[in-house]
Write a protein that binds this ligand. Structure first.
Ligand code: MLT
Length: 404
């Protein structure tokens, strides 16, 4: 008789955004006349930029001619894209990362869920609390997290680094020594970040204790302040302790197109074992490469026209962030984030729990957000709004919230 992976049975509830979608659909079905404004999941709303669309069309046409047709992509990514990434995201910023240290994939969510596979099941992970649920859930599935305590909403074998108003949402070095440290900066969900100097301290710490940092830089394009690092490889010593995961979803609107990449430097080793070689092996076995047409679209992100158009797109979303932030402040809310990230993190009013505020907002303003407690116990009493909506909808949502 077959047996299932029991670790899956330990997962409490469903994936956060699936739970929200179910609740919102039920409300919508029961109230078909209400116009909902969705500022919940961080999904983009602006169309693909023209320079990228041109590249997609061109690549599609190439697929229709025998002489330019492409079958399986190289499993680590096409050279043209890996070089464009190395040049623009790293060399241009003074980071020592070469094209062959970049692994192209179908997105940062897959990579951040899969990367734990190359580590021992005995390793202990440290995560920020609140945290993007994929890091914890994927380690639960692998059997690395111990047992779940519903009372504390914590796993026995996970080290939590609370990010609260009191510490400015900056994680502190944990008392127990972790093997794997997940950092998402600028942060999802709090929309806050740390300075380059603070990130350097994390790199020094990881090198000192022999930990690896899994650095999720999905929101890097939204950084507006000079003292914030765009890549962990801006920090000295990061090549021996950090893996960086990047997405094309948020900077180029690829949530539906799917493209991302992971950097595993060749200097990152466990004794004599190269993590670069391990990830290459894993990629080669389990992944057949992101589609050619999508990688051509990714290449266009780095063209002069692409860069200019995406700069405008990011500015469009950050104008929303400012509308949300100032609107909420005018309405008397305590608000964080929204300066270097497209997320606004607000304190729920009147001691409401995160889910109470979710229902309140849904029913009274017909605005959908994300309950902070869905990201971890330290998120209780907080709520996340995304700046990825359309500008007009964002304005209307804030008018509705102010009128409550
Ligand atoms: C979010 O809303 O937190 C993100 O959209 C999730 C993701 O990027 O997978």
């Amino acid at each position: 008789m077959f047996q299932v992976n029991d670790n899956y049975q330990k997962l409490p509830g469903s994936y956060l955004f699936s739970t929200i979608a179910k609740k919102v659909n039920a409300y919508s079905d029961a109230n078909p006349d209400k116009k909902l404004i969705r500022l919940g999941i961080g999904d983009v709303t602006q169309p693909i930029a023209p320079a990228i669309l041109d590249a997609l069309h061109k690549a599609v046409d190439e697929m229709g001619r025998p002489e330019t047709f492409h079958g399986y992509a190289p499993d680590l990514g096409y050279e043209f894209l890996r070089s464009a990434i190395a040049e623009n995201d790293y060399k241009a910023r003074g980071c020592d990362i070469s094209a062959d240290e970049i692994f192209v994939s179908d997105g940062a969510k897959s990579d951040s869920g899969n990367i734990q596979e190359i580590f021992s099941v005995d390793n202990r992970i440290a995560v920020c609390d609140p945290v993007y649920p994929v890091y914890v859930d994927s380690n639960v599935m692998a059997g690395r997290t111990g047992t779940y305590d519903p009372a504390t909403e914590r796993w026995s074998n996970v080290i939590y680094m609370p990010c609260t108003k009191e510490n400015g949402f900056v994680p502190e070095f944990p008392k127990e020594t972790p093997d794997i440290i997940y950092l998402c900066l600028p942060n999802n969900p709090t929309g806050t970040t740390i300075t380059r100097a603070q990130l350097q301290e994390w790199v020094d710490y990881a090198n000192k204790v022999g930990a690896v940092i899994i650095y999720d830089g999905a929101y890097e394009a939204y950084i507006s302040e000079d003292d914030v690092a765009h890549s962990i490889y801006e920090c000295e010593g990061a090549r021996t302790c950090a893996i960086e995961i990047k997405s094309f979803s948020k900077n180029a609107g690829f949530t539906g197109v799917r493209l991302g990449y992971t950097v595993v430097p060749k200097d990152l080793k466990c004794g004599e074992v190269s993590l670069h070689a391990m990830w290459a092996r894993r990629h080669g076995t389990k992944f057949n490469g992101a589609p050619y047409i999508v990688q051509r679209a990714g290449e266009a992100v780095y063209s002069e026209a692409g860069k200019a158009q995406l700069k405008e797109q990011v500015a469009y979303y950050m104008r929303n962030a400012s509308v949300i932030k100032t609107g909420l402040q005018e309405a008397g809310y305590e608000v964080f984030g929204g300066v270097n990230a497209p997320y606004i993190w607000l304190k729920t009013p009147g001691q409401m729990t995160s889910w109470e505020f979710f229902d309140y907002l849904l029913e009274n303003a017909n605005v959908v957000g994300t309950p902070g407690s869905g990201f971890g116990p330290s998120g209780e009493g907080y709520f996340r709004l995304t700046a990825f909506g359309a500008y007009e909808n964002t304005l209307e949502a804030l008018e509705r919230i102010k009128a409550l």
